[in-house]
Design a protein around this ligand. Structure first.
Ligand code: NAP
Length: 288
């Protein structure tokens, strides 16, 4: 591709809409067959405005897809032990099929301990060690939603990671690490970068597929994008800005996700789809 051409945009909004429509149809079939409506429990500690908005958005999408949601709002003073008790009770509750703990849960909370209180069969956000292990071994289970969404987006645009060099910038447990494992499972050669990586630009320049998962506005510069590369920007920073300098990157990339409208909508779509999968399994009916 010549540098004067611009990349094709990867439309996450459109694909997410289709996944949610398909999920709504599956939810309706389950409800008809079992008289039970799939249910997602959302748990929020405190009232951080961004988290409140995220939870509200997720619940609104659930409602549109025929999934009920049960919200558990806990005070900011909630301890790790109290949060664990709440999550353990929801894990035992047959009326709840999926559990989402909105994170960050607060600095005083031991988030790993809290996540581990979610029963694996209800871990529709894919945050437990069990889910990460199953995903890494290629066994059935739930994937972390944003990485799961990225894989579906790549598939939609016929990007086959096999034999490609994928550079993942970021190594968080919910995003960087799992997307690297999913790409590895699809036979990509994966390099992880992080805050201690020496000469990030040099590594990114070698990438056929760039996954930006950092949370630093425009950290990845267009001049470092290999011509013809596929660029996935999972970053979401204030002012609707991604981790990639979109304007310069799009003149070198072959495919690129916009921010917003790329990875973001896919995350919620995967959450809803996995909630319906969980309900189908727990109710013993066909989920497809
Ligand atoms: P995180 O837990 O803060 O992790 C950030 C990662 O970036 C860390 O691994 C960190 O390295 C690395 N990093 C920081 N500065 C760097 C630098 N200068 N060069 C290279 N690597 C650097 O963040 P996260 O939860 O993974 O989220 C990352 C971004 O994705 C955020 O913008 C977030 O809003 C967005 N996000 C979007 C969605 C969605 O639905 N679209 C979902 C989740 C997250 P160290 O490990 O060395 O500290």
């Amino acid at each position: 591709m010549s540098p004067t051409q611009t990349a094709q945009l990867m439309n996450g909004t459109g694909l997410a809409r289709r996944i949610i429509e398909e999920t709504a149809a599956r939810a309706a079939r389950i409800s008809q067959r079992t008289n039970v409506v799939p249910c997602l429990a959302t748990v929020l500690v405190g009232e951080d405005p961004a988290s409140v908005t995220y939870v509200r958005m997720k619940r609104a999408r659930c409602a549109k897809a025929g999934i009920t949601s049960r919200h558990v709002g806990l005070p900011a003073t909630t301890t790790t032990a109290e949060l664990v008790d709440t999550l353990a009770a929801l894990s035992q509750d047959p009326g709840v099929h999926g559990i989402l703990l909105q994170h960050p849960a607060g600095e005083h909370i031991d988030e790993r301990t809290a996540f581990e209180a979610i029963a694996p069969e209800k871990d529709v956000d894919g945050v437990t060690m069990h889910s990460f292990g199953a995903m890494s071994f290629g066994l059935p289970g739930f994937v972390s939603c944003t990485p799961g969404g990225i894989v579906r987006l790549l598939d939609e645009y016929d990007v086959d990671p096999a034999g490609r060099h994928a550079v993942v910038v970021g190594r968080s447990a919910i995003l960087g690490k799992p997307i690297g494992m999913l790409l590895l499972a699809e036979d990509a050669t994966v390099t992880y970068c992080h805050s201690r990586t020496a000469d990030l630009s040099a590594v990114v320049r070698e990438a056929d597929i760039v996954i930006a998962a950092v949370g630093r506005p425009r950290l990845i510069r267009g001049e470092d994008i290999k011509p013809g590369a596929v660029v996935i920007d999972a970053g979401y920073n204030p002012g609707n800005t991604g981790d990639v300098d979109f304007d310069t990157a799009r003149s070198r990339a072959r495919l690129i996700t916009p921010v917003p409208g790329g990875v973001g909508p896919m995350t919620i779509a995967v959450l809803l789809a996995q909630t319906v999968d969980a309900a189908a399994r727990q109710l013993g009916v066909q989920g497809r």
